[in-house]
Design a protein. Structure first.
Length: 166
């Protein structure tokens, strides 16, 4: 296995959308929301404007994972807005996520690799994120990377943790 990382470009939109779709709640996964190609294209354009990375991991030529970032005020997602109502962010925080690792790539160190790439791209900035409370695998994986729970919130029938990089 030879994993390599790079920022996302417009040529990656369809592959990112396919990976995300396969892991949405509607497909039995844990991702909150839907991620059609048009939204990913919009996110990519906004991130370029704000110098925020969307980082990709590849196993050879296959997309193995994606980690989105954004400035805190960019999205109007109800879940993000509920999270921000529970934790007032400071100037050095950015919105981390969603993150998605392909089923056949989980447990291979791709998440820490993606996170390290984002940390290098955003020196001095700290990740702020949410995870559903029933997503134990994600909570454990993030805890191993030094991301800790700040508080909890409820939105659209789900309970979430607010987490922050320490």
């Amino acid at each position: 296995m030879s994993i390599h990382y790079r920022p996302a470009g417009t040529q990656d939109i369809e592959d990112i959308a396919a990976l995300m779709l396969a892991n949405t709640a509607a497909q039995g996964g844990q991702l909150t929301g839907e991620f059609p190609p048009a939204l990913i294209a919009e996110w990519l354009a906004a991130n370029r404007q704000h110098n925020m990375p969307i980082m990709l991991a590849f196993d050879e030529e296959d997309l193995a994972g994606v980690l989105f970032t954004s400035v805190l005020g960019w999205t109007e997602s109800p879940v993000v807005q509920a999270m921000l109502a529970q934790h007032l962010p400071n100037a050095n925080e950015y919105l981390y996520g969603p993150v998605c690792i392909a089923d056949n790539q989980r447990g291979k160190g791709i998440l820490p690799g993606l996170f390290a790439q984002v940390q290098a791209a955003l020196p001095g900035k700290k990740a702020l994120l949410f995870i559903k409370t029933d997503n134990i695998a994600s909570i454990k994986a993030h805890a191993k990377m030094g991301i800790r729970e700040l508080t909890r919130f409820h939105c659209n029938g789900w309970d979430y943790l607010v987490l922050q990089e320490v």
